[in-house]
Ligand binder design. Structure first.
Ligand SMILES: [Zn+2]
Length: 391
């Protein structure tokens, strides 16, 4: 009898170990691989001329969700879209890293409530600190800590820019060492504030310099583009926007309801960012806000990051993305258009960060001037951050 108990006990322990291995190792890697796909129809090939031109660019991208995943950012990976080595290979000089802290089950572009949250399971499975399991504020703090840990281990060739000076110094260093890469921290939504304005200082102290007002659900600030209410800013939302302006924190209205965008435009003259989006009249998608709002954002000196995935561009091939970039540049002014890949944001793309030269080539082939290609591939974003990071 006791022999049988031992066998059963041994089996139970084995099952527990297997379950733990599945939860903590296999599933997070599988989720990352399955959700951040690069769909290549054929190996990427770029002409020698375009490759040479791209090699001298200072690339910049307004939105990667790399920090959400268990990948070591300092190593080159075969899954997902971004890590520091691949960003360097793609000649990216400045990358905005967004902190995703809460996502609803059954996430869609039409209507989501704030009730469910899939990040809790991801936080546990990826062995994030226990403080992050039930606090979205702590998740944002943890993501920032992860990025600063990369900076600390990088021997100075990865810098998290907190000020104009940090950015200028790093870019000056990059003139002689192209491995120098700058990160800027942003939140994807303002729910990490947990309804408490004082936590804004905590996020600033953690390193955040751009705050997205919304993600997929309505929050304490007002309506999401994919929420239920469709409403504008709440009194708390207005309080937060005023405080963001006062603290020199950049405002990202990607994922905010039309009315929230209108309200923010009414409240402040500060230039706004739409970090990852398409253009509605080029790709009729509920993920894209109306052109009149985009035109107003551009007219106020804002920055619009064009995404790399099909839901916003209607065509995720390099030529499809180039079409939208060229369209947006012609319509809103080339100086307002940038890249907003949404790499690692549970999207499928046709090239990863190391292969950005394929987009440069597509833009040149569309007849965009070399000067304009330089602007949209990075210089516009670099100029914007040089002007809008705190002193
Ligand atoms: Zn997003």
């Amino acid at each position: 009898m006791s022999g049988l108990l031992k066998v059963v006990g041994g089996l139970a322990v084995l099952l527990l170990v297997l379950a733990a291995l599945a939860l903590f190792w296999y599933l997070p890697v599988k989720a990352d691989r399955d959700m951040n796909v690069v769909k290549r129809d054929a190996p990427i090939s770029v002409s020698e001329k375009a490759a040479k031109f791209h090699d001298d660019l200072r690339g910049a991208d307004l939105h990667s969700d790399m920090l959400l995943w268990m990948r070591d950012p300092s190593k080159r990976h075969s899954r997902g879209h971004t890590d520091l080595p691949r960003l360097r290979e793609g000649r990216v000089a400045v990358q905005v890293f967004a902190s995703v802290t809460k996502t609803p089950a059954g996430q869609n572009y039409e209507e989501n409530t704030a009730e469910s949250d899939q990040i809790t399971l991801l936080a546990i499975a990826q062995r994030w600190p226990i403080r992050t399991w039930d606090s979205i504020y702590e998740r944002a703090r943890y993501h920032a800590e992860r990025l600063f840990a990369e900076e600390a281990e990088s021997d100075g060739n990865f810098v998290v820019a907190l000020t104009k000076r940090d950015l200028a110094d790093a870019l000056a260093k990059r003139e002689t060492d192209k491995s120098v890469l700058v990160g800027i921290l942003a939140t994807e939504g303002s729910h990490p504030l947990e309804g408490d304005i004082d936590k804004l200082q905590g996020l600033y102290d953690a390193g955040y310099r751009m705050i997205g007002l919304h993600h997929f659900f309505d929050n304490e600030l007002g309506g999401s583009l994919h929420g239920v209410s469709g409403e504008g800013l709440t009194p708390f939302g207005r309080e937060v926007v005023l405080k963001l302006v006062e603290m020199d924190i950049m405002i990202d209205v990607a994922h905010s309801s039309h009315q929230v965008v209108r309200d923010v435009l009414e409240m402040t003259d500060e230039p706004l960012v739409v970090s990852h989006t398409g253009i509605y009249s080029a790709c009729n998608s509920t993920r894209n806000i109306p052109d009149d709002l985009m035109a107003e954002i551009a007219a106020r000196g804002g920055l619009i990051g064009i995404g790399f995935w099909a839901d916003v561009t209607c065509n995720d091939a390099p030529v499809g993305i180039a079409n939208v970039i060229k369209y947006a540049a012609d319509k809103f002014g080339v100086e307002h258009i940038a890249l907003g890949s949404d790499y690692d944001g549970t999207v499928t793309t046709t090239f990863d960060a190391s292969e950005l030269s394929v987009l440069t080539e597509a833009l040149l082939e569309k007849g965009m001037s070399e000067e304009d290609v330089r602007l949209v591939m990075g210089e516009n974003a670099i100029r914007f951050f040089s002007e809008n990071l705190p002193d």
